[in-house]
Design a protein around this ligand. Structure first.
Ligand code: SDX
Length: 429
């Protein structure tokens, strides 16, 4: 095999260029040397939606889309879901190694003691309509936190970064739970520091008149596993939003707000909510063939199916199917599960889906579990944003510490009108 380089001949000039190949990629900036004359700007690469562009180098998460493999800092997500807890995985993503017993205890203590939010934040939440979408409340209130922690703007101060990371991981569940309580017309339930991260989240959501909420351990563990599975996923849409916003050196609260807004979309984190609406619309297994026909006619997308990277079964979907069994033992089996299982069975045998390598992704089964656990559909994407905050922050920290990175400012191919003079309104046709 030849040396690690690409030889390009520009047929416009007959010149050849040698471009080095590193880690399976060429540097797009190297294309600028390819010019037709000295005044030429040089070549760019054109890649709408970044289908084949690496925006950064990273050591956090690796996906092998063809093999359906997902590694967090080299550890298979299956092993972490089986043997770790979410805060342990959050530490791994952010610091690169699994914590020792002492490190984990300190990490849990610090996060547990940052779960409270400023009382004034409640006034923002109270200002929303009762039926405001919780994601709209979450985007707004996490951005508002930047005004309570102006020290977060010191993004080049390592100690400040560490503090904001702990505050954000700790406070996202509180903001989420308060948004839920507002929607339900219930008083806010404050954090209980005696409980685990997920146990306390369930406490802030579902505590009623009891003085001490006791989370169901099976549901607490199920949520912990679901949080592990949703923690990070390479340079997905919302992580790219986090990195782009972070590249301007804005504070991490504002960057997380940008990422949360990107996650909100139905093609991304909003898909788990869209799956439930789809399953409810289908209504019964005998109506699946008609629905599949509409999907194949291009009228609709099969929500919870397909992925930009996975061209095999999303490994997270496999684990979530197992979590469903443990949850349904407590909550009773969801009537939607049969529709989902039959939809998957039919789709996986149909050439339309096979040919496009469309398999269930992380969102296909998660919503069924969340609904069985008592969450309203509007909370599903919020349940995605909470754990993904650890991944967004790990990626943000890597960006801040990456000497190669600077403010993100892509180029464009301009196809608009050439220079022309203003036309007075009386002369416009
Ligand atoms: C997440 O990036 C990540 O890592 C995201 C995520 C994470 O953890 O951060 O994994 C979380 O966002 C999972 C994806 C959740 N979204 C959905 O379930 C929505 C439904 N899925 C699709 O919208 C779609 O599959 C995407 C957005 C997920 C991926 O879209 P791509 O890579 O841009 O693929 P595409 O739209 O170019 O599709 C290729 C072909 C097209 O058909 P043709 O035009 O070639 O005939 O496949 C078809 C698409 O129409 N297709 C689907 C489909 N997804 C793709 N057809 C029907 N149903 C679908 N779901």
């Amino acid at each position: 095999m030849g040396q690690n380089s690409l030889t390009i001949t520009d047929n416009r000039t007959g010149k050849t260029y040698e471009l080095p190949i590193e880690h399976g990629a060429i540097r797009a900036a190297d294309l600028r040397a390819i010019k037709t004359d000295p005044d030429d700007f040089g070549l760019m690469s054109y890649d709408p939606a970044f289908m084949n562009t690496a925006s950064c180098s990273s050591r956090i998460t690796m996906i092998d889309g063809d093999k359906g493999i997902l590694l967090y800092r080299g550890y298979p997500v299956e092993q972490l879901a089986e043997r770790a807890n979410f805060l342990e995985v959050a530490y791994l993503l952010i610091y690169g190694e699994l914590p020792t017993t002492t490190q984990l205890a300190q990490w849990i203590h610090e996060i547990t003691h940052h779960t409270m939010i400023h009382e004034n934040v409640k006034k923002f939440i109270d200002g929303f309509h009762y039926d405001a979408h919780p994601m709209g409340i979450l985007v707004s209130t996490v951005a508002a936190l930047s005004t309570f922690y102006p020290d977060a703007r010191q993004v080049n101060d390592a100690k400040s970064r560490e503090l904001q990371i702990r505050r954000l991981i700790a406070k996202m569940p509180t903001l989420a739970a308060f948004a839920y309580r507002h929607r339900m017309g219930l008083p806010y339930a404050y954090p209980d520091n005696d409980l685990s991260y997920c146990g306390n989240f369930l406490n802030m959501l579902f505590r009623m008149s009891e003085s001490k909420y006791a989370p169901n351990p099976i549901l607490e563990r199920a949520l912990d596993v679901l949080f592990i599975l949703h923690a990070d996923h390479e340079q997905n849409c919302s992580t790219s939003a986090m990195r782009t916003a972070g590249s301007s050196q804005t504070d991490p609260y504002s960057a997380v707000a940008a990422a949360t807004a990107a996650l909100y979309g139905p093609l991304h984190g909003g898909a788990n909510e869209a799956v439930l609406h789809m399953l409810r619309e289908i209504g019964s297994t005998n109506r699946i063939p008609d629905y599949i026909k509409r999907v194949k006619a291009g009228e609709l997308k099969l929500m919870g199916f397909g992925h930009r990277v996975y061209k095999n079964y999303d490994p997270r979907a496999k684990i979530i199917k197992k979590v469903a069994d443990s949850v349904f033992e407590v909550t009773g089996r969801s009537d939607l599960l049969d529709i989902a299982l039959e939809l998957e069975r039919i789709a996986l045998q149909d050439d339309y889906f096979i040919g496009r390598k469309l398999y269930p992704n992380v969102d296909f089964y998660s919503g069924i579990i969340y609904e069985a656990m008592g969450f309203p559909i509007s909370m599903f994407t919020v349940l995605f944003a909470i754990p993904r905050t650890a991944g967004w922050l790990a990626q943000w920290l890597e960006l801040v510490n990456d000497a190669e990175q600077k403010i993100a400012r892509p180029r464009q191919i301009y196809l608009g009108p050439a220079r022309r003079d203003f036309v007075a309104i009386t002369e416009r046709g």
